[in-house]
Design a protein around this ligand. Structure first.
Ligand code: CO
Length: 481
């Protein structure tokens, strides 16, 4: 360990800028990949944390770089390329941070601030996820500007245009899918703020609900069952006027107000009509895992919950890179809404902490399900393992864990074996940082047992990111219409 590394987290290299881009490179594979596994794992991650002499503040802020692990005939290729967003292009051109991000706002002068009120520059630094909206394969962040890209060359193709009639600036990087339909929401801030729920069918965009809200909640995702849509409004809320006038970075305007509890706003998926509102105890979550209609008319909402929103503070880069351990996981809980206006029941589904949760989305989303995979935290520091939770098991003991010394895994993406009957018959694909070697590798695990099937070492660090998806068989995931 060099002197400068003292006081640094053991995984800190995963938060270091990697400005180089890599053309398609063949990777050596240890182990044997399943013959049926064919396609590409497409991911996005922040990979540039400084521009000129300025630095981004938060994990969610760094400039987005796309990564592609191509898998065919038992071999693996890798390439990486920065997204040519306006945020990236302008930053490179001007040598400074131009666009305000989640927790970084370069606009310090009063003049700049006033300008920003009347002509807000919304960031298109799509650093959070890779998904599909309508006909477009896109990288997404939490704004109305998803960025289209070519899944083979990683070339940036331009903005997915929601159209001038679509209101709202803030959105989610986690759209839902039902066949060829994509569902998402946007939030418009103003004297009267709204949540706008949209359905996208090919190139057609339609607002199905417009819900007035006085203090919009910070939501990262939403729930969708076969019949209903649920917005979990956590009591981490903003006064829209403060958002415009404070001059502070976006998320620093939000306040934790537990007296509000968590409002569960449930809509009919077809008509957008308000079904009802329930109040649960105060909690915070980034990720909904699933939502399932009950036969009695109730609704089960599963999410990775935290006691409060302080996890957002723990994900500032200074905290993440520092020597103090960072808790980056929550717990899977089920909120059960009754068919009437009775109380919401809260139940812990596993004692094993989890984040970046995944299910067999194409087959289980909105339906009864048993398995959740995710990144775990078995030790003190940050995300250090991959976990599989069995919801049929005893919550005190329903987890399988994969872990290796000095290895820091990201989100495990489930890919089903073609023709599989069992819910967990397939593989997990996770990009893992080998901190000692200062390289990352694609890890392929048996999704049922979490035993290693194969790994392929990339010639560089893939910085810590959030989400990706597998583009393979049309039945494999949301990237296909
Ligand atoms: Co997310």
């Amino acid at each position: 360990m060099s002197e400068s590394d003292q006081g640094a987290a053991p995984y800190a290299v995963g938060f270091r800028s990697v400005p180089r881009e890599l053309e398609t490179t063949q990777l050596a594979v240890k182990g044997r990949l399943p013959d049926w596994l064919s396609g590409a794992l497409l991911r996005v991650a922040p990979a540039q944390f400084e521009v000129g002499r300025q630095a981004y503040a938060h994990w969610f802020d760094g400039l987005a770089r796309l990564h592609r692990f191509g898998i065919a005939d038992g071999s693996v290729t890798y390439q990486s390329r920065f997204l040519r967003s306006e945020a990236y292009t302008q930053a490179k051109r001007q040598g400074r941070i131009v666009h305000a991000e989640f927790a970084t706002d370069p606009c310090r002068s009063l003049f700049g601030r006033v300008q920003a009120i009347f002509a807000p520059t919304i960031t298109d630094n799509a650093v959070v996820s890779v998904n599909r909206i309508g006909d477009d394969l896109v990288a997404l962040t939490e704004t109305r500007l998803p960025v289209r890209f070519d899944p083979h060359t990683l070339e940036t193709l331009g903005i997915h245009d929601f159209g001038a009639s679509v209101e709202g600036s803030v959105s989610t990087a986690h759209p839902h899918h039902d066949g060829r339909l994509a569902y998402t929401y946007l939030i418009s801030f103003g004297r009267q703020s709204f949540y706008h729920v949209h359905v996208v069918d090919g190139a057609q965009e339609r607002e199905i609900a417009r819900i007035p809200v006085e203090r919009p909640s910070y939501m990262h995702s939403f729930g969708m069952s076969t019949r209903r849509i649920v917005l979990a409004e956590f009591p981490f809320v903003v006064n829209p006027l403060v958002l415009y006038l404070s001059g502070k970075p976006f998320i620093r305007n939000y306040r934790w107000d537990p007296r509000r509890g968590t409002t569960l706003t449930v809509l009919d998926k077809e008509s957008g009509a308000l079904v009802g509102r329930w109040t649960a105890p105060p909690l915070f979550a980034f990720h909904h895992v699933n939502a399932v209609d009950r036969e009695d008319g109730g609704l089960e909402i599963d999410l990775v919950a935290y006691d409060d929103a302080s996890v957002i503070d723990d994900l500032y880069l200074a905290r993440l890179r520092g020597a103090e351990p960072v808790r980056a996981v929550g717990r899977l809980v089920r909120l059960t809404l009754p068919p009437d206006d009775g109380p919401v029941e809260t139940r812990l589904l596993s004692h094993t902490p989890i984040e970046l949760p995944r299910i067999d989305y194409p087959r289980r989303q909105g339906r009864p399900y048993r398995f959740v995979w995710g990144a775990g935290q078995a030790g003190e520091d940050f995300l250090d393992s991959i976990v599989k939770l069995d919801l049929d098991g005893d919550p005190a003991d329903n987890a399988l864990v994969w872990r290796e010394d000095g290895a820091w895994p990201g989100e495990p993406v489930f890919v089903r074996r073609p023709g599989a009957a069992a819910e967990d018959d397939g593989v997990l694909l996770s990009v893992v940082l080998d901190a000692g070697a200062e390289r990352s590798f694609l890890l392929v695990l048996d999704a049922a047992t979490l035993t290693e099937i194969a790994r392929a070492e990339a010639p560089e660090i893939v910085t810590f990111g959030f989400h990706g998806n597998f583009l393979g068989d049309p039945e494999d995931g949301p990237l296909h219409a």
